[in-house]
Design a protein around this ligand. Structure first.
Ligand SMILES: Cc1cc2nc3c(=O)[nH]c(=O)nc-3n(C[C@H](O)[C@H](O)[C@H](O)COP(=O)(O)OP(=O)(O)OC[C@H]3O[C@@H](n4cnc5c(N)ncnc54)[C@H](O)[C@@H]3O)c2cc1C
Ligand SMILES: *[C@@H]1O[C@H](CO)[C@@H](O)[C@H](O)[C@H]1NC(C)=O
Ligand SMILES: *[C@@H]1O[C@H](CO)[C@@H](O)[C@H](O)[C@H]1NC(C)=O
Ligand SMILES: *[C@@H]1O[C@H](CO)[C@@H](O)[C@H](O)[C@H]1NC(C)=O
Ligand SMILES: *[C@@H]1O[C@H](CO)[C@@H](O)[C@H](O)[C@H]1NC(C)=O
Ligand SMILES: *[C@@H]1O[C@H](CO)[C@@H](O)[C@H](O)[C@H]1NC(C)=O
Ligand SMILES: *[C@@H]1O[C@H](CO)[C@@H](O)[C@H](O)[C@H]1NC(C)=O
Length: 497
């Protein structure tokens, strides 16, 4: 796989010299239509536009430009390319990787592409690429329809969808990308176009996992799915319940046959009263997509004594379940990822041991949060009848199902970035080795198969797109050479094919 690795470019944040960025900003101010806005450092609009969920993902661009139309975006791309100015386009700003949706050059804000339109006749929902899932769920609330969207309301529709999108509805309906009807995009040469399974299918395939390699997406249209009331709860447990909760997770994974039910587990170390990171403790989120809860559903989780629980057993709206926009975390942080075959209790204990070791090691640093998410999707979730639009760059393997896990290290001290970066790469590699030793790594999945929406950038990122496989990558590269022969999108950071 060496030649493949070498051919996958990882674009880190290219830094703009201040003259380059400011000359682009001057040109943008003078040549954009009177309706587009350019915002300068320290204005309220500028600060809001560049904000990320993690403080460490934010950079200070020369200016923020806020297009109102595809024509504005075409002009912006022309100007940044002519001046070779690095730029960024941000969805909800939830990437942990610096430079993926931040820049020191020109920051393109899609705040004006913030709308959700349900078409009941066509059973579709058109969503502007500047929306967060909370915006979508707020508008769809009470309509009786929903889409396969994010579990966390503050996440952006754009990044989530362009990377795949694991949802509460994935067991029944596949990934977010499996439910895309069409995408409106401004190509690197400024042409605005609509892409679907019948219009430019190669580009449609490539966008489903291809992030910002092919242009700037302005709108996603999803299949609308009927939405009834739901059941859900967040349960946390004392660390002494770890093996009981892990046994319940594995039992649910093996025994649940109801595609409306979903669970996400978490193994998390949080600060104790004296400020040190505590022992890893278990938590689960339990979700049932229906007004009628089948008897005994989630009984194992509910039988274990909790430290906290908001489960009532009563039906609530999907918007109530989704909760409020968490806004910004006010932490610095890093994500990393791995994917395994269905979990075993022995492997979950391996994860607990790793989190315990790393929290003990990093407690003397500024660590304030450490967690590994366990996401037990059902065997057929990515290959069932509802995952109809299966032709997508991500994931290359839909059966057997590979279960994605997110590793999150949160910290506060900006000078410790390198310490935490090395540590999260090390815990990921330890966990993958232990999973491999237990036979939980699919040999052809390239180190486990890393979900790009959870993955650490930098030098460690080289393996991320490798998981897509040579065939998928070649198709994506062909499309990239066709739509972006002069490399306009290389001025933006992110996973690059
Ligand atoms: C708290 C939290 C919860 C999460 N929960 C889930 C979950 O349940 N399921 C899941 O699958 N993932 C989840 N994620 C991961 C999430 O999907 C990724 O972080 C995703 O990239 C976030 O999208 P965004 O738009 O907010 O990110 P951004 O950082 O804004 O963007 C991510 C990437 O997309 C590109 N991009 C953004 N907009 C456009 C556009 N219009 N055109 C072209 N490219 C664009 C950016 O350039 C960047 O490279 C979660 C993350 C966090 C922090
Ligand atoms: C923005 O504000 C910060 C701190 O308040 C200040 O250091 C910086 O010089 C300001 N930048 C501009 C361009 O005004
Ligand atoms: C999008 O619209 C919602 C209201 O519909 C608003 O709360 C939110 O702040 C808007 N987001 C942006 C980026 O303007
Ligand atoms: C597909 O979705 C429908 C509802 O939209 C649901 O009733 C059905 O169970 C789903 N199919 C599978 C295989 O999960
Ligand atoms: C981008 O700029 C380069 C260098 O000036 C130029 O050769 C190329 O044609 C431009 N690309 C587009 C799509 O305009
Ligand atoms: C801090 O508290 C935790 C448990 O609350 C305890 O295990 C640990 O020993 C304490 N550390 C110090 C330095 O007091
Ligand atoms: C822009 O690129 C697309 C895709 O390669 C192409 O079909 C279109 O003709 C180009 N438009 C212009 C104006 O060159």
């Amino acid at each position: 796989m060496r030649s493949l690795t070498a051919s996958i470019l990882f674009a880190t944040a290219v830094s703009a010299s201040s003259s380059v960025g400011s000359s682009a900003c001057t040109t943008l101010s003078s040549s954009l239509s009177t309706t587009a806005n350019v915002y300068h450092p320290n204005s309220t609009e500028y600060t809001l536009a560049i904000e990320h969920w993690l403080l460490s993902s934010t950079e200070s661009p020369q200016c923020v430009v806020e297009p109102r139309s595809s024509a504005d975006i075409a002009q912006i791309l022309q100007i940044v390319n002519a001046t070779q100015t690095p730029f960024a386009v941000k969805g909800g700003g939830h990437s942990s990787n610096v430079g993926f949706s931040s820049t020191t050059g020109v920051h393109i804000s899609l705040a004006q592409f913030n709308y959700t339109v349900l078409d009941v006749q066509a059973e579709t929902v058109a969503i502007g690429a500047g929306s967060k899932w909370i915006d979508v769920y707020t508008i769809l609330d009470g309509t009786g329809f929903n889409v396969v969207g994010g579990r966390n309301p503050a996440v952006g529709v754009a990044g989530f969808t362009l990377g795949g999108g694991y949802s509460w509805k994935t067991n029944a309906h596949g990934l977010a990308i499996d439910n895309l009807v069409k995408v409106n995009i401004v190509l690197p040469n400024g042409t605005a176009t609509t892409v679907s399974a019948t219009q430019n299918p190669d580009l449609f395939f490539s966008l489903k996992g291809g992030f910002n390699n092919f242009g700037i997406v302005t709108e996603f249209t999803f299949h609308a799915i009927p939405q009834d009331l739901v059941h859900g709860g967040h349960l946390t447990y004392d660390f002494s319940q770890m093996s009981a909760v892990n046994a319940a997770l594995v039992a649910f994974e093996q025994n649940n046959k109801d595609t409306r039910a979903a669970v996400v587990g978490g193994i998390s170390s949080l600060p104790t009263a004296n400020g040190t990171l505590g022992a890893p403790a278990p938590g689960v989120q339990i979700f049932y997509d229906g007004a009628e809860l089948p008897d005994g559903m989630f009984a194992d989780f509910l039988a274990i004594p909790t430290v906290s629980s908001d489960w009532t057993g009563q039906p609530i709206t999907f918007l109530e379940w989704s909760g409020l926009d968490g806004g910004v975390s006010n932490l610095r942080g890093l994500f990393h990822a791995f994917s395994t075959l269905p979990h075993t209790t022995e492997f979950l204990q391996d994860v607990v041991d790793e989190v315990a070791d790393f929290s003990a090691e990093l407690t003397s640093k500024s660590a304030v949060y450490m967690s590994v998410a366990i996401e037990p999707f059902m065997a057929g979730s990515l290959s069932n009848d509802n995952a109809t639009a299966r032709s997508s760059a991500y994931p290359p393997i839909r059966s057997p199902v590979l279960l994605p896990s997110n590793i999150f290290f949160g910290y506060t001290d900006a000078t410790e970035e390198e310490t935490f970066r090395l540590a999260i790469a090390r815990i990921q590699s330890n966990i993958v080795s232990k999973a491999a030793a237990r036979g939980l790594i699919l040999p052809q999945s390239s180190g486990g198969g890393i979900y790009p929406n959870y993955a650490l950038g930098g030098a460690d990122g080289a393996h991320v797109l490798e998981f897509y496989g040579e065939e998928h990558l070649e198709r994506m590269r062909r499309v990239r050479r066709e739509v972006d022969p002069t490399g306009v999108m290389r001025l933006a950071g992110g996973w690059k094919v």
